[in-house]
Design a protein around this ligand. Structure first.
Ligand code: B12
Ligand code: SF4
Ligand code: SF4
Length: 361
């Protein structure tokens, strides 16, 4: 979107008219299905370039090499698109209707992160953002927009805090007093001048529940995640075999991890998910590991069609399943990985052999 070159002078630059447009824009975003929408400026978070540099220099991004690229844009949203005057940050709730930690006690089942138990938010949020953006362009002809969700070189969390959507909790994700922590972020950058909202302050206080629950001790300090140790990174982003000393911490988590989000006390105030397409699919809620270990490419694609899980492909998924089987302590599951020990994928074969050794009498 936003292919048209932005005008040098935004039409809606000051005054009452902007205020009216902003209120109608926020109302339009809520009508579209977002739970909250607030405005900030692209220059609102000058501290993020330094924080990103520290993160990357310490190697905390692991194999996510793209985080060390385009740091000029990632660390400075105003460099990404110099004509942008305002950023509308949006929250999309996906609050689970079940206890997301319950499956962790079922060792013969796989735990898939709440956000991935049904439709892929990237598709849903992007479409919503485009519809809201199109509406804005109808109100402000000649202006331009760009929409982002997750994958662009934009640090969405600090921008969302600057807009006042919530604050970055000690687990680094955004938490809000009225939404809890189960929400995705989306962004609409625009050349339209919109009055910025006030930033939100932190409300973690002395709580450290998220830091203490982390199974792999992935926090270097409060507010600082070493992604290389995070189960979400290890199960989704990390290619090849996972370090042996980290495999035990994965437990039965086979895609992502929700522990630090789930224990946040602000979830007492979690807003309900407005989108039914995030509600857990029965077959992704607590799937039997023995069945998942049998998946070939076609079976994997059929099971994970439409879910974000499909992005990691069969090999990484089955690798994770084999680690979970190794961690199950259930010797009856050894049979399910035996055939994988000779798998064409090196990481799958290695994980299967590791699981068999763990389950050996
Ligand atoms: C890379 C990435 C990951 C990586 C790294 C996560 C991370 N914390 O950096 C991995 C794969 C591990 C990951 C995991 C998850 N992710 Co992710 N991820 C991203 C992505 C693409 C970029 C994040 C980023 O820029 N990280 C780089 C670091 C440098 O930035 P930072 O996280 O803001 O951390 C800095 C601050 O903490 C700051 N800092 C330091 N000291 C202090 C002190 C104070 C007081 C403050 C305020 C800040 C601060 O400096 C840090 C650097 O050390 C964003 C989407 C996007 N484009 O923004 C989604 C995103 C952050 N992920 C998201 C989600 C949902 C998850 C998971 C919950 C998924 C899951 N269930 O498995 C987990 C949560 C793990 C966790 N505790 O963070 C959502 C979060 C929504 C929200 N409410 O905040 C996002 C925004 C995607 C989206 N569009 O909705 N993710
Ligand atoms: S997602 Fe899981 S592994 Fe990653 S920081 Fe949170 S609790 Fe730790
Ligand atoms: S669990 Fe506690 S420390 Fe962590 S984000 Fe929530 S309030 Fe902050």
């Amino acid at each position: 979107m936003g292919g048209r070159p932005p005008k040098p002078h935004a039409r809606h630059s000051t005054g009452k008219k902007v205020q009216g447009l902003k209120q109608r824009l926020v109302a339009r975003a809520l009508e579209e299905g977002f739970s909250k929408a607030r405005v900030t400026r692209p220059q609102a978070v000058p501290e993020i370039a330094g924080r990103l540099a520290e993160f990357v220099e310490a190697g905390r991004h692991g194999q996510m090499r793209w985080m060390a690229q385009r740091t000029g844009w990632r660390g400075d949203p105003s460099a990404l698109w110099p004509e942008a005057r305002s950023v509308l940050m949006l929250a999309e709730t996906y609050t689970p209707g079940h206890d997301p930690l319950a499956v962790l006690g079922q060792r013969d089942r796989g735990a898939i992160s709440v956000y991935a138990q049904n439709r892929d938010y990237h598709d849903i949020v992007k479409k919503r953002l485009k519809r809201v953006g199109r509406w804005l362009l109808e109100q402000a002809p000649g202006e331009a927009i760009k929409v982002f969700v997750d994958t662009a070189p934009v640090m969405e969390k600090p921008l969302a805090q600057a807009a006042g959507l919530g604050w970055q909790g000690k687990h680094t994700n955004l938490v809000a007093r009225d939404l809890g922590s189960w929400f995705f972020l989306g962004a609409i950058f625009t050349t339209v001048e919109l009055e910025p909202d006030a930033a939100e302050a932190g409300h973690c206080g002395s709580c450290r529940a998220c830091l203490d629950v982390c199974p792999t001790r992935a926090f270097a300090a409060p507010f600082q995640l070493d992604a290389r140790l995070c189960i979400s990174y290890l199960t989704i982003e990390h290619a090849g075999p996972v370090d042996e000393d980290l495999r035990g911490g994965l437990g039965n988590r086979i895609y992502g991890c929700d522990d630090c989000l789930a224990v946040c006390p602000w979830n007492k105030f979690a807003a309900k998910a407005r989108e039914q397409r995030y509600a857990a699919r029965n077959d992704l809620l607590a799937p039997p590991l023995a069945e998942l270990a049998r998946l070939d490419d076609a079976g994997f694609r059929a099971l994970c069609s439409g879910s974000p899980v499909k992005r990691i492909g069969r090999d990484r998924f089955v690798r994770n399943v084999a680690y979970a089987i190794g961690n199950s302590g259930d010797r009856g599951l050894a049979q399910a990985v035996r055939g994988l020990a000779g798998d064409d994928d090196v990481a799958v074969a290695d994980a299967a052999r590791w699981a068999l050794a763990k389950l050996a009498p």
